[in-house]
Design a protein around this ligand. Structure first.
Ligand SMILES: [Zn+2]
Length: 268
């Protein structure tokens, strides 16, 4: 429909689930399946390959296990970032460290976790992915696709593309597409950018996705998909916890609210 410049039927909804955790297969697919909905899964392929688990979850894991104290963390850029686990809520500290890491070069991020974050916090770096953070298996992914769900790539390591040198970005895109193609024996045409803010990818990535057969890509900017939309910048609402909020998104009331908020903004 987007290719033809047509409007999507009103109340069209597509559900997407990013990253590929085990409970996306064990729980989400089952619950949505009971109501006859298909889901679209975006998988971190290095996670399903058991080579790593997502860096943002590792930050939370390590901070939740650290002794309450004040520590100085040396960021990948060399800058010192103070963490106060004595006087702050742990979730606030997790949020601030993750936000800071999103601004850093993420090229060596997984090494940095092992050589800096875990040691400074005096938390043992787990040899294996902890059970609560396990991925689904490739067999699970194949089952999902057999059941009619969509299964697509979401990079190999979940690092933010725009923070990486060009060759690494290309590898993230190319290898994750190839891993999904090899395991599921089909050519995926849809992709989702890790973190997905407008600053997290650029036209270099879009061009590279196109070269490898991708026709649509999702970011995480909240919004509706409309006729004429750039297919490589499809917005998504995050699923609200409250079903009233969900209804407001689906019935279009949220569009009205967004318009009002736009009107309320002073002209730049
Ligand atoms: Zn993700």
């Amino acid at each position: 429909m987007l290719d033809d410049g047509r409007h999507l039927p009103s109340k069209s909804v597509m559900f997407t689930v990013d990253d590929g955790f085990f409970d996306h297969h064990d729980v989400a697919a089952r619950v949505f399946g009971e109501f006859g909905f298909t889901l679209n899964f975006f998988l971190i392929t290095g996670f399903l390959d058991l080579k790593l688990w997502p860096w943002d979850d590792q930050v939370a894991y390590a901070l939740h296990r650290a002794q309450p104290s004040k520590v100085q963390i040396k960021m990948p850029s060399g800058a010192i970032f103070p963490l106060d686990l004595l006087n702050n809520e742990i979730n606030d500290v997790v949020y601030s460290l993750r936000s800071r890491l999103k601004k850093e070069s993420q090229s060596e991020l997984y090494d940095w976790l092992e050589t800096e974050l875990y040691p400074v916090l005096k938390v043992e770096c787990p040899d294996e992915i902890p059970p609560e953070y396990k991925p689904m298996s490739w067999d699970n992914a194949r089952t999902l696709r057999d059941l009619g769900h969509g299964v697509f790539p979401h990079t190999c390591t979940h690092r933010i593309l725009s923070t990486l040198p060009i060759e690494q970005r290309q590898t993230e895109i190319e290898v994750s597409i190839k891993r999904v193609a090899a395991e599921l024996r089909y050519a995926p045409e849809i992709f989702a950018y890790p973190t997905g803010r407008l600053s997290d990818y650029d036209e270099v990535d879009v061009e590279h996705l196109g070269k490898h057969g991708i026709k649509m890509a999702f970011n995480t900017v909240p919004g509706y998909v409309r006729a004429g939309q750039n297919c490589f910048e499809l917005p998504r609402f995050s699923l609200p916890c409250d079903s009233d909020d969900f209804r407001q998104i689906v019935n279009g009331f949220e569009a009205f609210k967004m318009k009002l908020r736009g009107l309320a903004k002073p002209a730049a």
